[in-house]
Every structure is written in C-alpha cells, then in structure tokens.
Design a protein around this ligand. Structure first.
Ligand SMILES: Cc1cc2nc3c(=O)[nH]c(=O)nc-3n(C[C@H](O)[C@H](O)[C@H](O)COP(=O)(O)OP(=O)(O)OC[C@H]3O[C@@H](n4cnc5c(N)ncnc54)[C@H](O)[C@@H]3O)c2cc1C
Ligand SMILES: *[C@@H]1O[C@H](CO)[C@@H](O)[C@H](O)[C@H]1NC(C)=O
Ligand SMILES: *[C@@H]1O[C@H](CO)[C@@H](O)[C@H](O)[C@H]1NC(C)=O
Ligand SMILES: *[C@@H]1O[C@H](CO)[C@@H](O)[C@H](O)[C@H]1NC(C)=O
Ligand SMILES: *[C@@H]1O[C@H](CO)[C@@H](O)[C@H](O)[C@H]1NC(C)=O
Ligand SMILES: *[C@@H]1O[C@H](CO)[C@@H](O)[C@H](O)[C@H]1NC(C)=O
Ligand SMILES: CC(=O)N[C@H]1CO[C@H](CO)[C@@H](O)[C@@H]1O
Length: 444
C-alpha cells in the first residue's frame, strides 16, 4: 500500500510549472516527441465510447471567428445572476484567475467580436475525458501514464486555488458519474475476515457517484427524513474536493466534518486499478482520503456517507448595523462585544456563515435540534445587552423553518433580513482599540 501511495503522489500531485527554467519539461506537452498523436487520442476516444473532448474555452463565443452575440450576451447575463456554468462545462472553473488569459468573459456584452488575440487556451486542458464510469477513468489514467502527460481532475470547478485546471493538461471530468442511493442499513462493500469493528446497529448511509452535487444528495436523503453532513451550498460536489479536503457545513457543529462522516470510497488508482477504501479494506488509503485533499491519492468514483434522522432546526437572524454615517463608535462596541462572546453561540449549537460588509454584520445562523422557543431563551439576553450599547440597529430574532428548506430560508432572509441601513462606503479600517477589521465589502 505504501508504494501505491507513493506512485499516487508522483502521478497526481503535479505542480503548476509546466517547464522548469532552462530544463526539460516534467511531462510531455503538445509538441513534445512523446505527446500522444492524433491517432493515439482517437484510440482513447474509441475505448471510452466517444467520451473524449478537444476542449474549446466556453467564452470563446465572445471572440473572433467563434463570435456569437446571443451566446456571449447569455453568458454575461448568467454571471450577473450567479449561474454557475462551471458545473456543466467540461473544463470551466469558477475562479477564472487560475485559467490565465483563456478567453475571459467580458463584463458587458461587447458590441462586436472581441479580438482573437485576447482568447487562447490559457491554463485550460487540451483534452477532457467526460468519463461515464470507472472503466473510462481507468482507461484515461493508463493512457496518461503511458504517454507521460499531465493529468488533472475536475468535478464542479469550485476549487478556490485552481486545482481543477492545469496548463497543457489532460483532464478527467467526473461530472457524469451520477446515481444516488440511500440505505437504512448499510454494510461495507468489502467484508474481510479481520473485521475490526463489527456493525451491531443499523447504519443509515447514502452512496453516490463522484459527479453528484450536494443539492442532489441532500434531496435524496430528505425523502427518507434524513440529513447528510454536507456543504452549505448545494452546488458543491459531494465526493470531490469537499469531503477529501475535510468539508464543513451547517451541521458540522453537531455531527463533525465531511471527513468524519465518510464510510467508504471507490477509487481508481494512478495505476488504473480499482480499490475499495473503508475501515476494513485499504484503511490507510481510507484515512488519507479523509482530509488529504482532492486529487492527492487517486480518483474517487463513488462515495458513501453516514446520514442521520433530521433533527429539525431553528434559525437566528442576527444583524448589527450602524444607525448613522459618522456614528460608528456604538456599532463597533456592539460588534466587539458580540465577537467576544461568539464561542457561547457556538456552544449553544448555533453555526453558519455570517457576512460583514460596509453596511453591517448579518448572520443567518442555524441551531439544529433546537426549537425557536429554546433559541429565544438564549437570544433574549443577548439582544437586550446589544441594544443597551447605544445607537446601533440590532436584530436578533429566532424563527423556525418547517423541515428547513433552503428556499424558505432564503426567502425569509431576503424579505425580512435587510432593514434599511445607511450605505457606508468609506469604512475600511482596522480599529486597534476594538481589534476588529471592517470591510472592504465581502461577499461569498
Ligand atoms: C460557492 C461555493 C461554496 C462553498 N461552500 C463550502 C462549504 O460550505 N463548506 C466547505 O467546506 N467548502 C465549501 N466550498 C469550498 C469547496 O469545498 C472546495 O472548493 C472544494 O474543493 C470543491 O470541490 P469540488 O469537487 O466541488 O470542485 P473541483 O474544483 O472540481 O475539485 C476540487 C479538487 O478536488 C479534486 N477532485 C474533484 N473530484 C475528485 C474526485 N472524484 N477524486 C479525486 N479528486 C477529485 C480536484 O482535482 C481538485 O483538486 C465552497 C466553494 C464554493 C465555490
Ligand atoms: C470522440 O468521439 C465522438 C463520437 O464519435 C466524437 O463526437 C468526438 O468529436 C470525438 N472526440 C475527439 C477529440 O475526436
Ligand atoms: C448562437 O448561440 C445561440 C444561443 O446559444 C444558439 O442558439 C445559436 O445556434 C448560435 N448560433 C450559431 C450560428 O452557432
Ligand atoms: C457484510 O456483512 C454483513 C453482516 O454480516 C452482511 O449482511 C452483508 O451481506 C455482507 N456483505 C457482503 C458484500 O458480503
Ligand atoms: C477606534 O474606535 C475608537 C472608539 O470608537 C475611536 O475613538 C478611534 O478613533 C477608532 N480608531 C480609528 C483608527 O478609527
Ligand atoms: C451620534 O450619536 C449620538 C448619541 O447617540 C447622537 O447624539 C448624535 O446626534 C449622533 N450623530 C449623528 C451625526 O448622527
Ligand atoms: C424537523 C422536522 O420537522 N422534520 C420532519 C420533516 O418531515 C418528516 C415527514 O413529514 C417528519 O417525519 C420529520 O419529523
């Protein structure tokens, strides 16, 4: 097993530099003698039932000969409505910085074709294998090893550090590995004789393909009255970088990280072999997959996570905002007090993703397993204290969400959470007295 992991590190943790200064390329890039020929690519395509794509950057439709005014304007509009084209596109990533100069999306629809010279492949892969199953992935990884080309893995393209894109690479895209199945009494796929821990109680679990998004997996668990420890945003991949990098979410305060809840993964190794990693089989790989980072040890094709009966949840809407421009002192006092007692909120069972912008602090925090009444008992004194601190707008309001759907939660958040506050655009200070940083505007 140790040697396997070693090969995995060599094959997959390839650093971003394509060619060392003055030296030979670490891998074969287009133009190198060892790079696959058109016939080689064609034979890979045949052996994967035509799943190979020669990649053209999505936003090239805004440029030169590929210009299509309608399509380009459509993509500009998508970006304004936060539609994530990176999920459906074979190679597009969400943080375009890492793609370099690859046909950036203009901010407004251009009046005519933008110059071709501003649109190139950048760091996008040359070829993408839109794998449909683990056999396709094994074919792809063996092909890459044989021709010594750079491999990357892309799922949703969410990675903030550009790890699902790579110059001159061959990308294995996991999006089409679908399927999701819930079981109230799950057993490991492999039962070896030296079972270290026999399962005595029923283990509810959900198993899904590597291309599934959290939104889809949560939906299936919900049909059975269960929750799964997921990311906060339904667009995050359920088997890729999230669980393999740890993975935190709305239930992590009570149930732990994603990595704590993983039960099993099916993995294609860099040698193209299939392994089951769980407590019984390949436990060292199983350990490594729970936090070692996406793409470090192999390509996960299927994953199983624990699920839990839905404990229900109440929410707290907390808003702390200055009342008037120029009067920040009471606001800063209130924020400082609130931040100092945040650990008490955590201990009570509240968690979530707050926003601190130039307009104030807003949080919509969840308290799994708690009723709005219990939450009010906790929030009441906090509200009283914050309001006693002077000229500050304070909201600290509990509410229940029946079978907490995100849409209900969002609707309430948008219709009720945003009282009129002064727009304070020029606060960008570090107030040493209060030891807090304010702004610039941050949005997720
Ligand atoms: C809108 C948004 C919301 C987010 N919310 C949360 C959150 O609530 N909690 C949280 O913890 N994080 C959150 N994140 C961060 C997110 O967890 C990471 O960016 C994560 O790496 C995304 O994984 P992915 O598989 O979806 O994306 P990708 O960018 O496609 O992949 C990420 C990494 O995993 C590798 N990888 C992907 N699939 C596989 C696979 N099957 N086998 C092996 N390696 C693979 C890729 O090579 C890459 O290195 C959020 C990110 C965004 C953009
Ligand atoms: C792979 O085969 C499919 C189906 O024949 C074809 O549509 C596609 O263009 C081929 N890909 C490449 C890179 O040639
Ligand atoms: C241009 O894009 C639109 C919208 O995506 C599409 O319907 C149309 O077929 C495209 N036109 C051409 C000539 O490709
Ligand atoms: C694993 O063991 C459990 C309990 O003994 C059994 O129900 C299950 O069928 C076994 N699974 C396999 C794949 O053998
Ligand atoms: C920090 O806050 C204190 C108290 O409100 C105020 O007196 C001081 O001027 C502030 N410092 C800065 C750098 O704004
Ligand atoms: C600032 O707050 C003080 C005390 O709350 C108040 O008297 C004063 O009018 C406020 N100033 C402005 C500019 O709003
Ligand atoms: C938290 C909560 O109210 N959960 C309920 C969701 O709906 C199912 C089915 O009606 C109930 O069984 C849960 O108790």
């Amino acid at each position: 097993m140790e040697s396997l992991l070693y090969i995995a590190l060599l094959a997959l943790s390839i650093s971003n530099g394509a060619v060392a200064q003055g030296g030979a390329a670490a891998k074969n890039y287009a133009g190198a003698p060892g790079y696959p020929t058109a016939a080689d690519w064609s034979s890979l395509n045949s052996s994967t039932n035509g799943q190979l794509i020669q990649y053209i950057p999505l936003y090239s439709v805004c440029y030169g000969s590929r210009y299509n005014a309608t399509a380009c304007a459509g993509f500009v509009k998508d970006s304004l409505t936060f539609k994530l084209n990176s999920i459906q596109d074979p190679a597009l990533i969400e943080t375009p910085y890492w793609a370099g100069t690859a046909c950036p999306l203009p901010r407004i629809p251009p009046s005519g074709a933008l110059p071709d010279s501003d649109c190139n492949q950048g760091n996008y892969p040359d070829y993408v294998l839109a794998a449909k199953n683990k056999e396709d992935i094994a074919s792809g990884i063996k092909f890459a090893a044989k021709h010594d080309i750079r491999v990357i893995i892309k799922n949703t393209g969410h990675d903030f550090l550009g790890r699902s894109v790579g110059y001159g690479s061959f990308s294995i895209w996991t999006h089409n590995l679908d399927g999701v199945q819930w079981a109230d009494d799950w057993h490991p796929t492999t039962n070896i004789t030296s079972l270290r821990r026999r399962q005595t109680t029923k283990q509810a679990a959900i198993t899904y393909g590597a291309g599934m998004l959290w939104g889809q997996v949560i939906e299936e668990a919900k049909k059975h009255g269960h929750i799964v420890i997921s990311g906060a945003d339904p667009s995050v991949g359920a088997a890729g970088g999230w669980p393999q990098g740890g993975g935190h979410g709305p239930h992590s305060n009570q149930y732990g990280l994603g990595a704590d809840n993983m039960l099993e993964a099916e993995v294609v190794t860099p040698t193209g072999d299939f392994l089951i990693a769980n407590e019984n089989s390949n436990p060292d790989l199983f350990w490594a997959l729970r936090g070692g980072g996406g793409g470090t040890y192999g390509i996960v094709t299927r994953m199983t996570m624990k699920t839990y009966p839905d404990p229900g949840s109440s929410y707290a809407l907390i808003r702390i905002a200055p009342k008037a421009i120029g009067n920040y002192s009471h606001y800063l006092d209130a924020l400082a007090y609130y931040f100092a007692i945040t650990s008490q909120l955590t201990d009570f069972g509240l968690s979530g993703y707050p926003f601190l912008t130039h307009g104030g602090y807003t949080a919509n925090l969840g308290a799994p397993g708690k009723t709005a009444k219990q939450l009010e008992t906790f929030l009441g004194p906090l509200r009283t204290k914050l309001r006693s601190m002077g000229d500050v707008n304070i909201i600290a309001r509990p509410y229940d969400v029946k079978n907490g759907t995100k849409s209900t939660c969002k609707k309430r958040f948008h219709t009720r959470a945003q009282p009129a506050v002064p727009d304070i655009t020029n606060i960008n200070i570090f107030n040493a007295t209060h030891n807090i940083a304010i702004g610039p505007d941050y949005s997720f």
